[in-house]
Design a protein around this ligand. Structure first.
Ligand code: UD1
Length: 313
């Protein structure tokens, strides 16, 4: 029987966590409904027990959680513009699904749930860096949904004693991120386009900034969150990022070097629901988990470009 469950195991972040667990010799079960996850992402995860299931269905959640000790809840419709287009769909797959996972986890006697929170919860407030003590001000339906999930985590910790840990991710990127949808993360889209010699579009003036976080840092933080003592982390929420930010314009320039793209970007209207700047304070994750980033932005971007260059997608 598997010790770990990864939800969204056919997605970018879920498959990356599952791969690391398998590498460490752990027993892993994955669940995915393939709305945004990809079967091709399961390549290399043959050692994982896999359930094709939908977390909006409580029975699938019960099956997935059976005899599990630790859940990494990564499944979501992870896109701001998608939530603007379909807020009810985002609510269903981010909020209802998360509640179902918690109910099933509690019933199955799961010890800990580590949850993929989102920096979008902070909203478009001017204060940087974002600290966990700040009041959340979500501005997109996606941000509301991820925040609701966080609050369910805290409630289940307080009310039922389930050990829950929320990690607020800041713009995760890296190998296996789907570059083919217009809901994809910006770096995946830019890598694919620029390697193909296609012009990328920058929404707004390109001076918006992000704390882009390479996937290995996120996997590392998740494993620390699974291992940390309960008295330190149960019921807690913390940022998981690098603690530095870069603008889209600067990022575009670095990508020109890495990909050999010679053109200029196309500038278009800013995207609704977008925030301007994002930067994490990562002190709390340092204190509670002993977390510090293991791969910096440039090295992460270099590895990411190489992965896309090899045509893995
Ligand atoms: C947000 C959340 C993040 C969440 C992610 C899921 C914030 C700070 N972060 O990221 O926690 O995990 O959604 O998707 O709210 N852009 C372009 N051209 C493109 C695509 C995007 O210029 O082709 C721009 C966007 O307008 C935005 C920036 O790039 O200004 C980043 O966009 P994206 O990668 O979609 O992530 P966020 O919306 O920042």
């Amino acid at each position: 029987m598997a010790k770990y469950l990864v939800t969204g195991a056919a997605g970018f972040i879920g498959r990356s966590i599952a791969a690391e667990l398998l590498k460490r010799g752990e027993s892993v079960r994955g669940v995915d409904n393939f709305i945004t996850g990809k079967r091709t992402n399961l390549a290399g995860l043959e050692g994982m027990e896999f359930i094709e299931g939908d977390l909006t269905n409580p029975q699938d959640c019960a099956r997935a959680c059976k005899e599990i000790e630790i859940v990494f809840h990564e499944a979501a419709l992870a896109s701001v513009p998608r939530s603007v287009k379909d807020p009810a769909g985002t609510n269903l797959h981010c909020v209802t699904a998360t509640l179902n996972v918690l109910v099933a986890a509690r019933e199955a006697g799961v010890r800990r749930v580590v949850y993929a929170g989102s920096s979008s919860a902070y909203g478009d407030t001017p204060t940087l860096p974002k600290k966990e003590s700040m009041l959340p001000k979500p501005i997109s339906p996606y941000a509301v949904a991820k925040l609701a999930g966080e609050q369910y985590m805290q409630a289940f910790s307080r009310v039922y004693g389930l050990e829950t840990v929320t990690l607020r991710y800041f713009n995760v990127f890296g190998p296996f991120q789907d570059p083919t949808s217009h809901y994809s993360g910006v770096l995946a889209i830019f890598c694919r386009k620029m390697l193909a010699g296609e012009q990328p579009t920058i929404y707004g003036d390109g001076e918006q900034s992000r704390d882009f976080t390479f996937i290995e840092n996120v996997v590392h933080g998740n494993l620390l969150a699974a291992e940390a003592p309960a008295q330190k982390v149960a019921g807690q929420m913390m940022n998981l990022a690098t603690g530095s930010r870069i603008t889209l314009n600067e990022t575009f320039r670095i990508l020109c070097d890495l990909t050999g793209y010679k053109g200029e970007p196309l500038y278009d209207e800013p995207r609704s629901g977008d925030i301007r700047d994002s930067l994490a304070d990562i002190q709390l994750a340092g204190e509670l988990l002993g977390y510090k980033p293991v791969v910096d932005f440039r090295e992460g971007l270099r590895r990411t470009v190489e992965w896309y260059r090899q045509g893995s997608i």
